[in-house]
Design a protein around this ligand. Structure first.
Ligand SMILES: [Zn+2]
Length: 208
């Protein structure tokens, strides 16, 4: 069945998803498209009494220049800054004054299974990446094994993942292909060990 109210509403279609149209005025985990890591420019800082689901509270808030980030966030709302993210900002920019932060770019991601201090529930927390996005972040880094763009993973930016692969294998690799190379390397090593063992056995036999 369908209710009267729903009859007058339009069902979601195509790529529209649950959670994307929520009514909160501040940024929440549900605003993020799956596995997205939006890069945003800090426009202004506030410390103000704001209305959250649990009532009015005094908070630090960041407002961004971007209104939308295609593929990452449909509507960019102000971010309420918690202690973890304040610490990351301090580390990234050597301070958290308006002078030091306004105009800077940061990259956000979701950390899964963090404890919400007010409810005790396990939720997705919005985090700031520990590495500042490079200004050439628009040009994707291509994985030399599969040819797809290298994606950020957890707290690691695409840039860090690529640099680590270059250090280890001499080429840029995505997380998946890096893992495959590692497994191949391990398999090759195991084979070598087996072969050495075999050689030793043959030697021992010929000595007898
Ligand atoms: Zn790859």
């Amino acid at each position: 069945m369908i209710t009267k109210e729903l009859m007058n509403a339009k069902p979601l279609s195509g790529k529209e998803r649950l959670g994307a149209f929520r009514n909160s005025e501040y940024m929440g985990a549900e605003d993020f498209e799956p596995d997205s890591s939006p890069v945003l420019t800090i426009k202004a800082l506030y410390n103000a009494k704001i209305t959250l689901a649990r009532g009015k509270e005094q908070h630090d808030v960041i407002v961004f220049e971007e209104e939308t980030v295609p593929g990452c966030i449909n509507q960019v709302r102000p971010l309420v800054v918690n202690a973890t993210n304040r610490k990351t900002l301090r580390k990234l920019f050597k301070g958290v004054t308006a002078e030091q932060l306004v105009g800077k770019k940061i990259q956000l991601y979701l950390q899964h299974n963090v404890r919400d201090p007010s409810s005790g529930d396990m939720v997705d927390g919005i985090r700031i990446r520990q590495t500042a996005p490079s200004s050439k972040a628009e040009a994707p880094i291509i994985c030399s094994d599969c040819g797809k763009p290298v994606k950020a993973f957890g707290q690691f930016s695409a840039d860090v993942i690529s640099k680590n692969a270059v250090k280890k294998y001499g080429v840029s690799l995505c997380v998946e292909c890096g893992q495959k190379r590692k497994e191949m390397e391990q398999a090759a090593k195991n084979e070598q060990v087996e072969q050495t063992e075999q050689n030793e056995t043959t030697q021992n036999e010929s000595e007898e």
